[in-house]
Ligand binder design. Structure first.
Ligand code: NAD
Length: 253
């Protein structure tokens, strides 16, 4: 049955940035599809845990600050200790800093680049090694952005990092497809989460953005959950290095 290919029963997924927003939506989607979920965040994620457990799913929360790559190996080890294998990695944790490029600080550059691209690469590398050791392939879903495709304004490190995520996704897909490891990305459009709070609070920017979205609404965490489950499932076995826009039609304009 074709729907069985979307089932994640028996799989273990690590999702970073799990406490709120898109990461929480992806965790809930993965759990509902049958996966055991390891949620990583630098703050506690009680709401995510409660929602998953209430629905009968399995969740392990790990507190780790992904501004450095130091916690990655420990997270993989704890995952294996608890659930026995690793099958899916979703690199969702990410931050944004807004300032005119002319005044942009080194710290705002480094913090964003560290979590949004350096940690993403080394988490992919660690998961890739584990997938190869297990010998059954694996799925990686990186969270990109509209600014993987477009320039944007006042977010230079974010645009650099998210453009990098799309390129890195292609490169890793090319190196690892032969090992049955699928590396793909999701590029969310303008979503109603903490990440876009400043934009949504600015009446002029908010109206400009909404006016350009054909779907006529901001996206929600649930909107990325289905595409993430799909790319993490065997229904996506022959999809490699693609960045799927989930944007209410933003890029189609
Ligand atoms: P969010 O700010 O609500 O969520 C980010 C998550 O990452 C939170 O759970 C946060 O606690 C966690 N996090 C932040 N810093 C961390 C750190 N140092 N270590 C570990 N975890 C950390 O924003 P969101 O919109 O849900 O963002 C999720 C991803 O989607 C990000 O990569 C973001 O760039 C991307 N994205 C968002 C939008 C949007 O419109 N909201 C659009 C495109 C891409």
């Amino acid at each position: 049955m074709i729907l069985d290919n979307f089932n994640l029963k028996g799989k273990t997924a690590i999702v970073t940035g799990c406490s709120t927003g898109l990461g929480q939506g992806i965790c809930l989607g993965m759990a509902e599809a049958g996966a055991k979920v390891v949620g990583v965040d630098y703050i506690d994620a009680p709401e995510t845990e409660e929602k998953i457990k209430k629905a009968g799913g399995e969740f392990l929360g790990i507190k780790a600050n992904l501004l450095t790559i130091d916690p990655i190996q420990g997270i993989i080890e704890k995952t294996l200790e608890t659930f026995g294998s690793l099958d899916i990695l979703v690199n969702n944790a990410g931050i944004i800093r807004r300032e005119d490029s002319i005044n942009f600080s080194e710290k705002d550059w480094d913090d964003v680049m560290n979590i949004n691209i350096k940690t993403v690469f080394f988490f992919c590398q660690a998961a890739g090694k584990q997938f190869m050791k297990q010998g059954k392939g694996g799925k990686i879903v990186n969270i990109a952005s509209m600014l993987s495709f477009q320039g944007g304004i006042r977010v230079p490190s974010y645009t650099a990092s998210k453009s990098g995520v799309m390129g890195l996704t292609r490169l890793l897909a090319c190196e690892w497809a032969k090992d049955n490891i699928n590396v793909n990305a999701i590029a969310p459009g303008y979503m109603d989460t903490n990440n876009t709070e400043q934009l949504r609070k600015d009446p002029k920017r908010s109206a400009e953005i909404l006016g350009r979205i054909p779907a006529d609404r901001w996206g929600l965490p649930l909107d990325v959950a289905g595409p993430a489950v799909f790319l993490a499932s065997s229904a996506a076995d022959y999809i490699n290095g693609y960045t799927l826009a989930v944007d209410g039609g933003w890029l189609a304009r």
